[in-house]
Design a protein around this ligand. Structure first.
Ligand SMILES: [Fe+2]
Length: 187
């Protein structure tokens, strides 16, 4: 192997390691935010939602030959704005996308950041925005699939956090699942 090709191999490895470090860092930041008492949803949003969205997003990306790195970072960050401050809930998709710009500080490429932002902006089943990339479709589907995977977590939100009565909670959970089902099938 010539010295030139050894350098090229090293650069590729360095870049991969850097991106892996960035993902690990984002994972830590989001999990720590989930642990904070100020997080309205409780730590369960990490253990019963975010990690599940990441799992489904990576599974779908592998099956569809999509960019696993983009979907993983977007899945980690998609609800981050609401976790940090519940007052962001109604606009957490746009606010979360703005927060994704922070990765730039770590030298993460702008074109990838744009792809991540598009996934975050379009992830919500309740907001009808066109998903222009396979990665955006994957993150929205993974978010929806996580609801079906973690119905207990929706019940917790309805009855414990939102303090709904039995009828209100049943309606709210069914509505969430119905929207998620439409989202997942793309209808
Ligand atoms: Fe979510």
């Amino acid at each position: 192997m010539s010295s030139k090709s050894s350098i090229q191999v090293k650069l590729v490895l360095d870049e991969e390691m850097r991106n892996e470090e960035i993902i690990n860092e984002i994972r830590k930041i989001v999990e720590n935010a989930c642990k904070k008492e100020t997080n309205y949803f409780g730590y369960g949003i990490w253990t019963h939602h975010i990690t599940s969205v990441v799992k489904w997003a990576k599974t779908l990306a592998r099956k569809s030959n999509a960019d696993e790195e983009i979907v993983e970072i977007a899945a980690l960050l998609h609800d981050y704005a609401s976790i940090v401050n519940i007052n962001n809930y109604s606009g957490h998709h746009t606010c979360g996308a703005e927060l994704a710009e922070e990765i730039k500080k770590h030298g993460y490429p702008q074109d990838k950041i744009e792809k991540i932002k598009h996934c975050i902006v379009t992830h919500r089943s309740s907001i009808d925005l066109p998903r222009k990339t396979i990665e955006a479709k994957i993150v929205a589907s993974a978010d929806a699939m996580s609801f079906f995977d973690n119905i207990h977590s929706l019940l917790y939100l309805a009855y414990i956090r939102h303090k709904m009565n039995v009828d209100e909670g049943a309606k709210w959970v069914l509505n969430k699942l119905e929207k998620a089902g439409k989202n997942h099938t793309g209808s």
